[in-house]
Ligand binder design. Structure first.
Ligand code: TRP
Length: 337
């Protein structure tokens, strides 16, 4: 039996940080053993908000370097950028005619991103989840590793697949399942334990970038916000201490152990001791990844070669699927008749 197929995407906007690494990318690397994996740098999604053309290509290469440096093997898995495979945009249009306005009106991420000034949001931002459905279904992916914030979009993908299938009376698309990790970590800002670590936070001290050097990592952790109390003796003792919980969670994720084990080791210790240990661990784990990213980025042509090869392989998979969709929907192909 063939392996199940997973598809996931990451936007090339800003710089990759620890939250992307521990929350997603590191797990993507692990999934390669169990699944046939397709990982996409979703550059078409990145232009739903105003963007700088030079920055788009820079970020596309940087994200690709981050995927490879984190252990995704381009020989085994497919890594490519979305805009190179026109099937995504094409299927997205066809799905625009499947999805209902009412479904999209419920999307909470659009409401958040568009804010009060909804009339000024791009149509692309509104249709963003439909493009995401096309990404996944162009490969008939069965599993999609996504975080909490993307679950609603995956539900929409299932609705689109289901609606297409029932309209045409076929079991054509699988209904893709979310692939949730026990080990995925929701990494919070180093400045505010209730906010997600984010590339759009204006303070660089709020996040650890994957390309930060040892000194920057150590300094950011040293300056991370905490409370004055020592570490508690139980995990429950972290409940009302979001900053403390965040640092302990990051430690556990980097060491691949349970939060409980971290607490057992460091209970009663103050943050000066714990932060030092965390900084050392972060440097050991992230240092090699950041260095490999820098090496790949400096090596001219290497990243582009991976993307070109990935696009070719992705096209081989998606082209026949989208061609079949065209045929099912009744589009005339005069070359065939
Ligand atoms: N919307 C996702 C995010 O912002 C990125 C994405 C685009 C994606 N297409 C996808 C994720 C397909 C999973 C599958 O995180």
């Amino acid at each position: 039996m063939s392996k199940n197929r997973i598809f996931s995407g990451v936007q090339p906007t800003g710089s990759l940080h620890l939250g992307n690494y521990l929350g997603a990318i590191r797990n993507w690397a692990r999934l390669q053993d169990e699944f046939e994996a397709i990982y996409c740098v979703v550059d078409l999604h990145a232009v739903t908000a105003p963007h700088d053309p030079k920055e788009l290509s820079r970020a596309t290469r940087e994200v690709t370097a981050g995927l490879i440096a984190s252990g995704i093997d381009p020989a085994r898995s497919i890594i490519f950028n979305q805009s190179m495979v026109p099937e995504h945009a094409e299927l997205s249009w066809l799905f625009n005619c499947v999805a209902r306005l009412g479904w999209l009106n419920r999307m909470t991420q659009f409401k958040e991103k568009a804010g009060k000034n909804r009339d000024q949001a791009s149509v692309g931002l509104y249709a963003y989840p439909v493009l995401m459905a096309a990404d996944i279904l162009a490969y008939k992916a069965t599993h999609v590793p996504v975080g909490e914030d993307q679950k609603q979009h995956l539900e929409l993908t299932r609705d689109i697949a289901q609606s297409f299938n029932s309209t045409y009376g076929l079991e054509f698309f699988p209904l893709p399942e979310p692939q949730i990790f026990g080990s995925a970590t929701r990494v919070m800002s180093l400045r505010d334990g209730r906010k997600k670590m984010s590339k759009s936070d204006e303070s660089d001290y709020s996040r650890i970038n994957m390309t930060d050097g040892a000194d920057e990592i150590a300094q950011k952790i040293r300056k991370a916000r905490t409370d004055p109390d020592p570490l508690p003796g139980t995990v429950d003792g972290l409940a009302q201490r979001p900053e403390a919980l965040n640092l302990v969670s990051i430690y556990a994720a980097l060491e691949d152990i349970e939060i409980d084990q971290v607490i057992q080791e460091y209970q009663g210790q103050g943050f000066s001791t714990f932060k030092k240990a965390l900084a050392d661990l972060a440097v050991v784990r992230l240092g090699p990844v950041g260095n490999e990213m820098k090496r790949l980025t400096a090596e001219s042509g290497e990243i582009d070669k991976v993307l070109a090869d990935g696009a070719e392989r992705a096209t081989q998979l998606s082209r026949p699927i989208v061609a079949e969709v065209r045929e099912i929907m009744g589009f005339l192909d005069p070359k065939k008749s």
